[in-house]
Write a protein that binds this ligand. Sequence first.
Ligand code: DC
Length: 224
Amino acid sequence: MSKNIVVAIDGYSSCGKSTLAKALAKKLHYIYVDSGAMYRAVALYFLRNNIDTKNSEQIEEALKNIHLNFHSRDYETHITLNDEEVSEEIRQMPVSEKVSEVSALKAVRREMVKQQQRMGKSKSIVMDGRDIGTAVFPNADLKIFMTADPAVRAKRRYDEIHPKNPDVTLAEIYENIAHRDYQDTTRAESPLVRAHDAIILDNTDLTPEQQLKFALDRVEGLHR
Ligand code: DC
């Protein structure tokens, strides 16, 4: 039997990582895992339960009470937090504003990384996030590091969430992205950094189809 393949896709917020990861997983019939959704669901739990991010006992207790599950339907991310479907709620601004703080916590990262590593043990997967090629799967078969112009990223995110949240402004989204870039790259625990063996994909001027072709060509290269 052939070995399971792990593709790690990391990069900045709203870079199109999940669009590419989903398309790639679908084409290859691999499992797709959106690791950001896990941090978002944890952030939602922290918000709802007023967990003090400076109180390590509260954090440990919260982590024991958080049970996350993915239900893949047509390669869309459906995640449950303690059996409640939260896929929509984790994309709202309150969670987006909280998630960097929560994902910077060592105990939270330790637990998420453990769960993510388990998912890649026996199946071929495409996982996207910030530390997949560095901390979660340092031996991934293929690592892609995605980047794009921040203004383009803000516009893409705006187009995605504005129809459901008409009050949100482009400026607010740009601010949030800039803030998350700063927090993700400067945090002490697993900061966002390109793995030395990751291939850079700047998609500012690339269509989703061009990005998919780029990635598929690299996966094909693995078998040569
Ligand atoms: O990919 P996203 O924007 O949904 O991720 C939400 C947040 O979670 C992001 O601000 C950084 C954090 N994150 C992380 O720290 N490590 C990951 N592997 C994935 C996401």
